[in-house]
Design a binder for this molecule. Structure first.
Ligand SMILES: C[S@@+](CC[C@H](N)C(=O)[O-])C[C@H]1O[C@@H](n2cnc3c(N)ncnc32)[C@H](O)[C@@H]1O
Length: 173
């Protein structure tokens, strides 16, 4: 269970456990979002005491990976300009910026194989060594919202093209 550790200026702080580590080929440069077909060794290594918690996880195709974006050095700003959005300004919570009050990252990846305490996955947009906080199955019907939209992104000119950048899809125009 999370332990409440302190309260400063009305803000309650909690302690979380690192339950494993994310291994990727990215040392200091990662895509903006997971690139499913990216090549390389992507794996989630859970601490051995959590191995039994992976029982039957391999029945699912996709998982949510929740992690601590540990190398963020900047203080969060409430208004951000995503690097791919040509100077567009939006609220931090209307963005997927890694610079947030809590450095929580969320990626959906495909399970390729689970071997003991290691989950081999498709491309994952976290730096090598990123601390793992949680894993949950991604479940059709519970998690897929067929009327989801693109928010403020769909108001931008050429947003289909922008999405190729966000998703790291190679293209020559
Ligand atoms: C835009 S964030 C999105 C993360 C996640 N998919 C999400 O939506 O919460 C992805 C970026 O975070 C940065 N990043 C990834 N792992 C990091 C880490 N451990 N520390 C600091 N920055 C990291 C990389 O620059 C990467 O391009």
């Amino acid at each position: 269970m999370s332990k409440e550790i302190k309260q400063t200026e009305g803000i309650v702080c909690f302690e979380q456990k690192q339950i494993g580590v994310i291994r990727t080929p990215y040392t200091d440069n990662a895509p903006y979002q997971p690139v499913e077909e990216d090549e390389g060794d992507f794996r989630i290594v859970v601490e051995p005491q959590y191995t039994d918690g992976l029982y039957k996880l391999d029945k699912f195709r996709y998982i949510y990976v929740i992690y601590y974006i540990h190398h963020v050095k900047r203080e969060p700003s409430m208004i951000v300009s995503p690097p791919w959005a040509g100077g567009e300004k939006v609220g931090m919570f209307a963005s997927r910026s890694p610079v947030r009050p809590n450095h929580i990252g969320l990626s959906i990846v495909r399970i390729k194989r689970i071997i003991d305490n290691e989950i081999l996955t498709s491309g994952l947009d976290a730096f090598d060594g990123t601390p793992l906080l949680d894993i949950k199955p991604y479940i059709n019907d519970l998690d897929v919202k067929s009327d989801a939209n693109y928010g403020w992104i769909e108001e931008m000119e050429g947003h289909e093209h922008l999405f190729l950048h966000i998703k790291g899809i190679p293209h020559d125009y």
